[in-house]
Design a protein around this ligand. Structure first.
Ligand code: NAD
Length: 210
């Protein structure tokens, strides 16, 4: 794969906008990557990308077929709704584009396997965007498991909690309530004298957003 490549984002909805912003930052920091096109069937999302991110008019496309037929696109990042993943990804691979496909790969396992086969057959990279795959907290947990830190594992539960806004609490009150609950939880665990090897480890990653 060449060092310098152009990426197009297909789907500029909630997630796509974040992704587009990341590519634009990457392009600023690293001249090897460029956001060559943005595609969405909704005009308002294209307008948003133009006004908010400064994506030029000629890069905004309402049809992904036009993106796939462009020689100026090496890879596509597909951020469209789940049920469209298989078809758009398939067309992208057939058009010779490398693909970063948002999770889930497809709605049916056989469709996912078909995409894997197509990528292999055409010598293309197909990557699936699972958000926590390269997360440092998960990497640490995996290292700890490998070091047998937890003892014998029978059950592993990973929970991702989200700080949603509440109509009843302002942000300060919400942080305060969370701190109190966290303190209570730690205290209860300590009082119960739970030994680390007897408990199933739980990883709580809390962040604002999705
Ligand atoms: N990796 C992660 O952590 C993560 C997080 C959030 C969402 N996602 C994934 O991202 C995808 C999009 O989620 P979302 O919340 O942004 O949805 P969304 O509905 O906000 O955005 C989807 C966008 O795709 C556009 N679209 C639909 N069909 C299209 C087509 N044929 N061609 C071009 N554009 C088309 C829609 O107009 C919409 O703007 C989903 O598959 C979701 O699972 C991944």
């Amino acid at each position: 794969m060449k060092d310098n490549f152009n990426v197009a984002v297909i789907g500029a909805g909630y997630w796509g906008k974040k992704v587009i912003n990341e590519y634009l930052q990457l392009a600023k920091e690293n001249g090897n990557v460029d956001l060559s096109m943005v595609c969405d069937v909704k005009d308002e999302n294209l307008t948003y990308c133009r006004d908010k991110f400064g994506v030029s008019e000629e890069k905004l496309k309402p049809s992904y077929e036009e993106v796939l037929s462009s020689n100026n696109v090496d890879a596509v990042h597909i951020c469209t709704p789940n049920e469209t993943h298989h078809e758009i990804c398939k067309q992208a691979l057939l058009a010779g584009k490398h693909v970063l496909l948002e999770k889930p790969m497809a709605m049916r396992a056989k469709h996912a396997w078909e995409l894997v086969g197509l990528a292999e057959h055409n010598g293309l990279i197909l990557q699936v965007g699972h958000i926590f795959r390269f997360n440092n907290a998960l990497k640490t947990v995996r290292d700890l498991v490998a070091q047998n830190y937890f003892g014998t594992l029978y059950y592993l539960k990973l929970q991702w909690t989200t700080l949603m806004s509440s109509p009843f609490l302002d942000s300060f009150a919400r942080e305060f309530v969370l701190l109190v609950l966290l303190h209570l939880r730690v205290t209860v665990c300590l009082r119960c004298g739970k030994h680390r090897s007897e408990r199933a480890p739980q990883v709580h990653h809390t962040r604002k957003g999705t």
